[in-house]
Design a protein. Structure first.
Length: 206
């Protein structure tokens, strides 16, 4: 059995239909209403997401094969019409939110559209913070070296998947920040490994 963690993609179109059905049922008068039991009283686990700790780290495998394994459990792709309707609703909701923020803060200007450079900057900043950058003076930096490696690997995946589809400026920025992040990772891991190596005692000493 593969050690690769499995996840389920939820079809939110079905969830919306189920929510509408539930709202119709709640609109009807009920004869009795039972008081909900607390998780402690019912002996059932609390609702919501639950952290699952694995004893072993997932083994590296063929990403394409792992994706093929996930395909049977995924819902069908939305149609072009569904995608367009969803985007229109999303844009309208985002505009209402921006109007609300600007009404409460008149000095705030319109937010610029999010572009590819924002994605690259976000990944780069996340990697640097995970490697201890941005710590306040006098405080010991908090380093998440494994998280930094994962973020840098994500930038590598982004560079590989967008190859040939970027402008010269976009490709230059991505390659530059990826190079800088990898260099910082190398310097940090070298420091960590050197700290873990003890200098052998001189010959003839006990």
């Amino acid at each position: 059995m593969s050690d690769t963690p499995k996840f389920e993609v939820i079809d939110r179109r079905r969830m919306k239909a189920a929510e509408e059905e539930k709202e119709r049922e709640q609109a009807q008068p009920e004869a009795t209403v039972q008081a909900p039991q607390t998780p402690a009283a019912s002996g059932e686990p609390a609702p919501g997401p639950r952290l699952v700790v694995q004893d072993e780290q997932p083994k590296a495998g063929d990403a394409a094969a792992e994706l093929e394994d996930l395909m049977p459990g995924m819902p069908p792709a939305p149609t072009a019409e569904e995608s367009q309707q969803q985007k229109s609703a999303y844009d309208a909701s985002a505009q209402r939110l921006e109007d609300l923020v600007r009404a409460q803060n008149p000095g705030v200007g319109a937010q610029p559209p999010v572009g590819f450079e924002h994605l690259v900057q976000q990944l780069y900043l996340s990697a640097m913070i995970q490697m201890g950058a941005g710590a306040q003076e006098g405080q010991r930096p908090r380093v998440d070296i494994l998280g930094a490696k994962q973020t840098i690997d994500l930038m590598g995946v982004l560079a590989e998947k967008t190859k040939g589809n970027l402008s010269e400026a976009e490709d230059r920025m991505l390659q530059t920040v990826l190079f800088e992040a990898r260099m910082a990772f190398l310097e940090l891991t070298n420091m960590i490994t050197l700290q873990g190596v003890q200098t052998p005692p001189p010959p003839g000493t006990k």
